[in-house]
Design a protein around this ligand. Structure first.
Ligand SMILES: CC(C)(COP(=O)(O)OP(=O)(O)OC[C@H]1O[C@@H](n2cnc3c(N)ncnc32)[C@H](O)[C@@H]1OP(=O)(O)O)[C@@H](O)C(=O)NCCC(=O)NCCS
Length: 228
């Protein structure tokens, strides 16, 4: 599916800046926030992704692209950082990170939505991930939007920017009826990200043994807010 969709797209260079979450078919560059070096690096990332048939999402400050095996060296230091891994079962070893990466890449190959590598345009660094996870919550199948970012990049609105792009893709392209985020009640930054993306608490439950708030946004709510 990815390859077929990509083959129908064309590469368009848009240097006007201020691009809001455009889906994978064009190359858009906010000149005002980039220097010449980072511009060429980002162009390289985007063009390479398009030429290899990959699907990417773009926001003013981020590129969300599929993970590749060679990302292990960049991802392992992040998953070894307790702050990056907050609200999880703990840090990953390099082997555990490789297994996670394998799982994500396999999901991509099988076609269902998966996690995107989040690349910060200004310095071309891989700063985390954001994307879809298939979950069973209280015996119901759900699609979760999940995310983690490098603590050096927190509180700049970047998680919100990434989640907005993924959420819009869920409704605009994938035509999902709803998406959720599973958030520990004490995780205030993550709750705020969900709220800023129009999600509301549907219920409190226990997920994998932990108290969990189920944040939800439905397709109808998204359409009403975006006139779509
Ligand atoms: C959750 C996470 C992705 C947020 O990333 P981020 O890029 O800092 O998020 P944003 O900047 O888009 O938004 C964070 C919001 O939380 C707010 N915030 C940060 N710390 C807070 C705190 N202790 N209490 C309340 N609000 C807080 C910020 O002020 C901001 O809100 P604002 O824009 O209204 O000011 C990041 O903290 C992270 O990776 N945490 C570890 C992994 C994780 O918890 N993932 C989610 C699992 S459900």
């Amino acid at each position: 599916m990815h390859l077929r969709e990509a083959s129908r797209t064309s590469v368009k260079l848009d240097v006007s800046g201020g691009v809001a979450s455009r889906a994978y078919s064009s190359v858009s560059v906010g000149m005002s926030i980039m220097n010449r070096k980072s511009l060429s690096l980002c162009l390289y990332v985007v063009v390479a992704a398009i030429l290899s048939g990959e699907m990417i999402l773009e926001t003013p400050r981020l590129i969300l692209r599929p993970f590749r095996e060679e990302d292990l060296d960049l991802l392992a230091p992040l998953t070894a950082n307790p702050d990056f891994m907050r609200s999880s079962l703990g840090i990953y070893s390099r082997e555990q990170t490789a297994a996670f990466l394998d799982k994500v890449i396999n999901w991509q190959h099988r076609g269902p939505p998966s996690q995107f590598a989040v690349v910060h345009r200004a310095d071309n660094r891989l700063i985390g991930y954001c994307g879809f996870l298939h979950q069973q919550v209280d015996a119901t199948d759900e699609i979760e939007i999940a995310y983690r970012l490098d603590p050096d990049y927190w509180s700049r609105g970047l998680a919100t920017e990434a989640v907005t792009a993924v959420r819009d893709r869920a409704f605009r392209n994938l035509k999902l009826t709803r998406v959720i985020s599973l958030i520990h009640p004490d995780n205030l930054p993550s709750r705020r990200v969900a709220e800023k993306n129009g999600m509301k608490i549907e219920k409190k439950t226990v997920f994998r043994g932990f108290p969990t708030l189920v944040f939800v946004i439905t397709r109808e709510e998204w359409s009403a807010a975006h006139g779509a």
